[in-house]
Design a binder for this molecule. Sequence first.
Ligand code: ATP
Ligand code: MG
Length: 649
Amino acid sequence: MSETLEDLLRESRSFPPSAEFTAQANAKPGIHAQAEADFQGFWHRQALDRIDWYTPPTEILDDSNPPFFKWFSDGELNLSYNCLDLHLESSGNKVAYHWVGEPGDTRTITYQDLYDEVCRFANALKSLGVSKGDRVAIYMGMIPELSVAMLACARIGAVHSVVFGGFSSDSLADRILDADAKVVVTQDGAWRGGNVVPLKANADVSLARTPGVESVVVVRRTDHGVDMTEGRDIWYHDLMEDKSAECEPERLNAEDPLYILYTSGTTGKPKGIVHTQGGYLTGVTTTHSFVFDLKPDDDVYWCAADIGWVTGHSYIVYGPLANRTTGVMYEGAPNHPDFDRLWHIIEDYGVTIFYTAPTAIRAFMKWGDEYPARHDLSSLRLLGTVGEPINPEAWIWYQKHIGPESCPIVDTWWQTETGGIMISPLPGVTATKPGSATMPMPGIAADVVDEEGNSVGIPGGGFLVLTRPWPHMARTIWGDDQRYIDTYWTRFPGRYFPGDGAKRDEDGYFWLLGRVDDVMLVSGHNISTMEVESALVSHPAVAEAAVVGRKDDLTGQAIAAFVTLRGTAEGDEDLIAELRQHVSDHIGPIAKPKSIVFTPDLPKTRSGKIMRRLLKDISEHRKLGDVTTLANAAVVEEIARKSDAAGDD
Ligand code: ATP
Ligand code: MG
């Protein structure tokens, strides 16, 4: 396996698209070039073709006050109308979501069902005094009512702030306060790994700190008992009882806010990213359709993210519904009751498109090839990934064990702030290379620059920048315009800086290297943590690896590696020596980790991303900073203990 990978990388050989996709590509040639010739015209066309406007926009980009760009600012629309009403006549009985509960219960929700429920909940929110511009915090698990709550807000012009159900009461309270939410929607409990996460009880702790909240709506999902506070808390089913299933959608301006979503917090205090209506819907419908080569009448599409992250907002709710997609939504853990749960669902529903994260793929690899092998996954025709750079080894495993091997993989780079996919192959159009997100999307322009902001050319590595505005870009950080300017628009004036490092190879393909803060400087050489991690992961014993640069008197920084092993492999001194040699063979002696610590798990954010700043703190014996956004805080102590015990080589 690692030899195959080696060959692929060394020769930089591409996976050509399958015959089927090539045929499709020929039907729409030169899409990137067409968009590039007139990017504003391109986006205007998408906006007019994909959205049903009350007032179609004539203005395209307003760049009179950078970096506060506006798009389609004389247009009027409603997103819930575009996601629901518009489809009723032709597709009222079409399934919007096949929903699968963790304990095994299922629900089939048609577009008509969703429309009725959204209208009723929109009326319910109105009855609680929510009106246009008010903020509603939503703290829920993956149940259909989460989508309903978001779309009901969109229908009446309220701004939703979804807080991932895995967050603690402190995180929830911070987010409620920051957005000054008036209503909270939650549920008694959410199923996860066979247990009930007590969402309402968590919310109660937050609510003690948030006097501005007037009402709390509670969906009943489990039999988990909850305390209801008289005059503030109300059951969803009681509230909905007398509400009409008709609710006139609000006519909203394209630039009215749609939602606030806090970034995952991998690098520090989360930022309340603000997205607006018209540009956002244009971006998510366009990218969803292009990247997944979507055929709404044939596909069964499954984005296995949580709606609490931007991936779920854009690619479980708004993009797919506006595109009239039939989707799958799964409530629980991927290893419950067994490690093949996801493959079971793919087989049951004949899923054709599957979109997940590298962290999940590495977990599947660790659990073993036998689990996907138990199921017929031949319905799949396209695989996607998002969230972190994907190690080439994981990319190849994904294609080999999940897709029928002809399945293209779309590695999609984007972030909360970009609203939608920015760099990604288009199936049938872009030949792929394992580990590369390939090319900017049509209408998007990106570059790689050096410290001074000069393009480094091709090939070359440095800082990723986006060189012009796009419709679905964030408009600001909620309540903090200055932080928006400072974080994204100051380091390279006139360009958007996402905070990620990248390189381009001789074909101009983009390889994302993770956050620039994660780049190490060892004896004067820039080494990306991502590259050392991928080298470690390509060793057959290694499931996952995290690498950080820690202070070193001799070399400036020294490479510290934390490694989890596959299946039954045992970590000992011999394996440490072998792994150091393996990295040296792959990248060069300079990249050899100075220390390697074996650990059963790595510290991760709740979105599953490796939290390197914490490992850096451990390696440099610092007091650990904020761990509240961590998914598995317990592992940190163990790593710290082992790290202290481990000597350098
Ligand atoms: P915070 O901004 O609070 O530190 P975060 O950056 O993890 O958190 P997200 O917006 O959820 O929050 O994640 C976006 C980031 O994830 C990107 O900036 C990039 O670092 C990484 N990422 C996403 N997709 C890819 C990909 N396909 N390849 C490489 N990196 C990716
Ligand atoms: Mg970020």
